[in-house]
Design a protein around this ligand. Sequence first.
Ligand SMILES: [Zn+2]
Length: 429
Amino acid sequence: MKDFDYEKFIENIWFERRDIVSDGYDRALEYIKKFLPEMEIHRYKSGSKAWTWIIPEKWAVRKAYIKGNGRVLLDLRDHPLHVMSYSASVSGKISKKELFSHLHSRPEYPDMIPFEFSYYKKDWGFCVQHRRLEEFIFDEYEVLVDSKFEPGELKAGVFFIPGATDKEIVVMAHLCHPCMVDDGLSGVSVLINVARQIMKKTDNRYSYRFLIIPETIGTIAYLSQNEHLIDKMEFGIFLEMLGHDGRLSLQNSRQGATLIDRAAKICLEEMGLDHRVGKFFEVIGNDEKILNGPGVNVPTISISRSNFWGRGEWPYPQYHASADTPEIISVKRLKEIEGLVMRILEVLEQNYYPSATVKGPIFLSRYGLWVDWRENRELNLKQAEVFYYLHDNQKSLIDIAYELDIPFGILKEWLDGFFRNGLIKKLKV
Ligand SMILES: [Zn+2]
């Protein structure tokens, strides 16, 4: 298995034209296999059904330009994003008005080429820096998009690590999005590292399913063909937009207050990471919509550094644009999320329901469990409250840590002392 270096990994793969069904996407997935040799590649044929969706054709673009007065104004060779992803072919002379109805630009970010796509509606289009529109001074233009649609296969990378139980945690990231880094690829890179660490552990209680897919349609394709797995899926984590300098965002699952929502929140607190928490749909919608979604219903959180799309904010300045390059991300920030995800999974693994074997407030000093207020004032104040949780068998360590705002690590260490003294039993989650 090849060593993983975030910088090299991203450098080698980011500029691939990773459209949802494309050679660039396939090459990227093959490259990932070097780091996860046991990853399976599942294939779904163009035209086949996935619930109400239909797997799209494979797409490629060979040549594209816009000429005005015989001069080339825009050329695919200058940047792959100049052509809308899944653009139909077009060729001929057209008016300025017609051209402008197919020309995408972003006035708020006039120096970036926007990323546009039309996967399910046949249309053609170009994308251009907004400031360059002033070069389009002619009444008539010659346009060419030479693109190709053909039957292909949508591919999902699936890496499964069995644990002691068949309850699964699903970790997802999407590999599509041509020539961009933070949207998609940053999540994939963290996912690979998490998978490689989980794989080395020998005491996993949960089973883990890692999915690397094209956004939305990839998750729909995979779940629709593996419905029998859905009942085993306990929780999900979706990862993307992790490397730029935005503040961390935790988007809760649709269900809202499940163990994974709480585990994520207490880990963010415990690690002292500056963050905001949004409700489902409030931060940014991706594959967690499918796993959380209608008829599937697996509580899935999303971790990103996105602003809150659901509140009308733009995710980050370089979002869906040519400026989403390796320059805007830092390995330090990716590793920070890797650490966060590992801690969330560890907390879920270590979780249990503490169940008291004795009545009454516990004579802590007798067992060396008294928390001196001079050493830990916070826990000192809360220790008596914890007793009440030990009798209802409804609250796990995660819930107690969350509700009483005690760092999970400190609570666990303290309650492990109760267990050693026979004061509690550990009931399985
Ligand atoms: Zn995106």
